[in-house]
Design a binder for this molecule. Structure first.
Ligand code: ADP
Length: 575
């Protein structure tokens, strides 16, 4: 970096950040350039990193979170100061809530001015704002500390329960120079960033005793189980014990959805009737009705085993009889080993009446669903459109499905079967809208596989401008917009008599396909399942950016999909 042959070689903050990330095997940055990080994006690209540049930081952040989930390494989101940082913050908080490892790196204004609140360009105390919304937050003031800062961020994101980390890099830091050899020596290659956590043997025995005594056992697999990459161990546990299992939405495909032990099609029955429930990387939050109430049947008849890496998760909603704390791979393999050593081939599968009752309900519900899917109404409804997508995913089980919306989410989750682990990305723990294009871009960039984004028309709107990003990087993403002219439905009317339309409706007959065409991608207007199926097939085969505007009956949706009960009016009525 110097022309003076006698002076020692110099490096600077920019290069130290890049070198520290590369040293730790991080090769992709999702971000949006601007002051003070524009040069960082250029230099990172020059140094061989992939830099994916977005139209809005929230989607870059969501992409980083999805990359973290898909790779098990923290995804990196890079933003400018104050407004860019704030735009990225929603994604950081969402990643933390979902237990996805990511690092939000934001440039920031000068400390001296920010701290005296003297009105700097984009002045904001970003570190203080980020802190309560993520797992850890750090600021680096000296180039010589960049290695430590990045090492701490990686470790915080990956170890224990994964989550989001904020790293604050003030503008001045980037231009600081130091001796290159000292700079290299200051970098840290993080050793064992997500250490295995072996469960205590007595905890394993306690869990096993409970499982063994169960008459109606059930395993619930959550996205923590998918994230843990313990696929073979989990499959061994399920198949060795013969216990029916229920995948939470992002755990679909951990075992193929057509596995005979899947109890998905008898979900309400097994949750209400099971006597021992083993949670594997799944929290008893609102998605599981907090482990109580009507969903779970008689409380006295139910005992829980919970496998989780976070000890404080235990007893968060109901008493957990057998906590098993550790990483899922270690816990599940310890359970299988304990079964093998104490039971050999004598492990008794669950009682046949339990399995029979589940099979009966499954058959009934599956044939009911098959009959609904076989209908071909005009206009298309959610079911007839999803039947086609279900077949396309079956034909390409390696494709990644991204899914958001209300009805579009609910129906797709139950209709579109998944066959491989970590192929389904959706609204997650918050049920958040706006993850669609960010997750899709990350999935395509990270895996190179076809991505099928099943989007409600409202949900798509949150990140729709990123179709330009999809086209710019020529990513194999096929977006299917379920266009029913509104949020939930397109039929609401303004009852007030004023000229405005109702708050939940959109422009009727909108052509989302034109948006993709505007940037050189393929746009298709599909009004029948046959048109939708053909366009999807071509998109997956060609890998070209495609948006299918799937026209859905505007009367077909339900308010808030399956969570109508969470609307204050419905909740009040229930009281
Ligand atoms: P879902 O929404 O699918 O039910 P959650 O996000 O509620 O799943 O639960 C995921 C759980 O998995 C969290 O409690 C988290 O602590 C846990 N977890 C994440 N990674 C691991 C891991 N490697 N080992 C053990 N538990 C994990």
């Amino acid at each position: 970096m110097t022309n003076d042959a006698t002076a020692p070689e110099q490096t600077d903050g920019f290069h130290l950040v890049i070198d520290a990330l590369k040293l730790n095997g991080i090769d992709t940055i999702f971000g949006l350039p601007g002051i003070p990080i524009t040069d960082l994006t250029r230099m990172a690209q020059a140094e061989g990193m992939r830099v994916i540049s977005f139209r809005h930081e929230q989607h870059a952040g969501n992409a980083a979170a999805a990359a973290g989930y898909l790779t098990g390494k923290p995804g990196i989101c890079l933003t400018v100061s104050a407004p860019g940082f704030l735009n990225g913050l929603t994604a950081l908080a969402n990643a933390t809530t979902n237990c996805f490892p990511m690092i939000l790196i934001s440039g920031s204004s000068e400390r001296e001015i920010v701290d005296l609140q003297q009105g700097d360009y984009e002045e904001m105390d970003q570190l203080a704002i980020a802190k309560p919304l993520c797992k850890a937050a750090y600021r680096v003031l000296h180039a010589a500390d960049i290695g430590v800062g990045i090492a701490r961020a990686i470790r915080a994101a990956l170890s224990g329960r994964p989550g989001g980390v904020y790293l604050d890099l003030p503008a001045k830091l980037f231009a600081q120079t130091m001796d290159a050899a000292a700079g290299r020596a200051s970098l840290i290659k993080v050793v064992d960033p997500a250490p295995r956590q072996i469960p205590a043997p007595d905890a394993v025995q306690r869990a096993l005793a409970l499982l063994k005594g169960a008459k109606r056992p059930l395993i619930v697999l959550g996205k923590g189980a998918s994230y843990a990459r313990a696929d073979a161990d989990i499959r061994a546990l399920v198949e060795r014990t013969g216990i029916p299992y229920l995948p939470m939405s992002m755990a679909k495909g951990l075992l193929p959805d057509n596995h005979e032990q899947s109890a998905s099609a008898a979900r309400s029955y097994v949750l209400a009737e099971a006597d021992v429930v083993m949670l594997v990387g799944a929290r008893l939050n609102w998605l599981l009705s907090h482990g109580k109430g009507k969903t779970w049947g008689a409380p006295a008849a139910k005992q829980f085993i919970q496998i989780d890496i976070a000890p404080t998760e235990i007893d968060s909603n109901v008493a957990i009889a057998a906590p098993l704390i550790g990483d899922i791979g270690s816990c599940v393999s310890a359970l299988v080993a304990a079964i093998d050593s104490s039971h050999g081939s004598n492990w008794a599968p669950p009682p046949p009446d339990w399995l029979g009752a589940i099979a009966e309900r499954k058959d009934k519900n599956l044939s009911k669903m098959a009959a609904t899917l076989a209908l071909n109404p005009t206009p298309m409804n959610f079911h007839s459109a999803l039947a086609v997508i279900r077949d396309a995913v079956k034909a390409r089980p390696d494709a990644i499905v991204v899914n958001e919306g209300a009805n579009t989410l609910d129906f797709a989750r139950s209709i579109v079967d998944m066959y491989e682990p970590r192929k389904r990305l959706d609204v997650g723990t918050w049920g958040i809208m706006g993850i669609g294009m960010g997750y899709s871009i990350a999935a395509a960039v990270i895996t190179g596989k076809p991505v099928i984004a099943i989007e409600g028309d409202s949900a798509f709107g949150f990140s729709g401008m990123e179709v330009e990003t999809i086209c710019r990087y020529n990513l194999p993403v096929c977006v299917i917009v379920f266009n029913n002219n509104g949020v939930y439905r397109g039929t609401d009317v303004n009852g007030s008599g004023s000229a405005d339309v109702a708050p939940t409706v959109f422009v009727k007959g909108a052509r989302y396909d034109k948006l993709m065409e505007a940037f050189g991608g393929v746009g298709v207007h599909a009004t029948t399942p046959a048109e939708l199926g053909k366009a999807l097939h071509e998109a997956v085969a060609s890998g070209r950016p495609t948006l299918i505007n799937a026209v859905i009956d505007e009367t077909a949706g339900t308010e808030s999909g399956r969570i109508t009960s969470l609307n204050p009016q419905s909740a009040a009525k229930k009281k």
